[in-house]
Design a protein around this ligand. Structure first.
Ligand SMILES: N[C@@H](CCC(=O)N[C@@H](CS)C(=O)NCC(=O)O)C(=O)O
Length: 230
C-alpha cells in the first residue's frame, strides 16, 4: 500500500497519475498547503522541505515502510517498483531520466515562478512577469521541437518524463501561452489528456482545492509562516 500525502497541484497530480497508471493500491491523505498542513511536525517528518507530494510505501525495498519526498524521486521509485514507464535499456532509461530532470529543474520551477508573478504577487512587476513568461515560452519551444521528432518527450513511448511534465502544461493560459502556438505540444497534450488513468489522476482531491487567492493562503505560502525557521 502506498500512502500519498498530497494536494491537487501539478506536483501532486504527477504522483496521482502515476499511481493510477500503475494500478498500485494507494490511499490519499490531503495536505492542505493553503491552510498550513505542510508545516505540521508529522508531515515534516516525511517531507522536511514542507512540500507535497510525499509517499510512504508500507512495503519498501527492504520490506519495511519507506518514506520519500520530491516528485521526481517518487516517480523513479514507483517506476522501478512496478517495472513501468521507465525502460531497462540504459540509453532509453537515461533519455527518460534526462527529460525528467528537464522537468524537475526547468519546467516545474520556471512555470511555478511564472504562476507566482502573473497570478499571486501582490503587485505586477513587469520585469518578472516578462522574464518568466518568456522563459515558459522558451521551454514550450524546446518541448515542441522534441515532440516534432518523437511521439513522447523521451522517444516513442509514454514514460515518467511525460507524467512529470503533463500536469504543468494544463495551466498554459496562466503561463501566458497559447497551446496552438506549439502544435507538437498540443498533439502530445491531447494524447495524454485522453488516457483514462490521467483523467482519474487529475481528479484526485480535485474537490478539496480552493483558489489560492485568499489572504490566509497567500500568507501561509508566501509570507512569514513559510519563512519561519523550524
Ligand atoms: N521539487 C518539489 C516541488 C514540490 C512543490 O513545490 N510543492 C508545492 C505544491 S506544487 C508545495 O507543496 N508547496 C507548499 C509550500 O511551499 O509551503 C517536487 O517536485 O516534489
Amino acid at each position: 500500500m502506498i500512502d500519498v500525502y498530497s494536494w491537487p497541484t501539478p506536483n501532486g497530480h504527477k504522483v496521482h497519475i502515476m499511481l493510477e497508471e500503475t494500478g498500485l493500491d494507494y490511499a490519499v491523505h490531503p495536505i492542505n498547503i493553503g491552510a498550513g498542513d505542510q508545516f505540521k511536525p508529522e508531515f515534516l517528518a516525511i517531507s522536511p522541505n514542507n512540500k507535497i507530494p510525499a509517499i510512504v510505501d508500507s512495503e519498501g525495498p527492504d520490506g519495511k515502510p519507506f518514506a520519500l519526498f520530491e516528485s521526481g524521486a517518487i516517480l523513479l521509485y514507483l517506476a522501478e517498483k512496478t517495472g513501468k514507464f521507465l525502460p531497462k535499456d540504459p540509453v532509453q532509461r537515461y533519455t527518460v531520466i534526462q527529460w525528467l530532470m528537464f522537468q524537475m529543474g526547468g519546467v516545474g520551477p520556471m512555470f511555478g515562478q511564472t504562476h507566482h508573478f502573473r497570478m499571486y504577487a501582490p503587485e505586477q512587476i513587469e520585469y518578472a512577469v516578462n522574464r518568466y513568461t518568456k522563459e515558459a515560452g522558451r521551454l514550450y519551444g524546446v518541448m515542441d521541437t522534441q515532440l516534432g521528432k518523437h511521439a513522447y518527450l523521451a522517444g516513442d513511448d509514454y514514460t515518467i518524463a511525460d507524467i512529470a511534465t503533463f500536469p504543468w502544461t494544463r495551466s498554459w493560459a496562466n503561463q501566458g501561452q497559447q497551446l496552438s502556438d506549439f502544435p507538437n505540444v498540443e498533439r502530445w497534450f491531447n494524447a495524454i489528456a485522453s488516457r483514462p488513468a490521467v483523467q482519474r489522476g487529475v481528479e484526485v482531491l480535485a474537490n478539496a482545492r480552493k483558489p489560492l487567492q485568499d489572504d490566509k493562503a497567500k500568507e501561509t505560502l508566501f509570507g512569514a509562516t513559510q519563512y519561519a525557521r523550524r
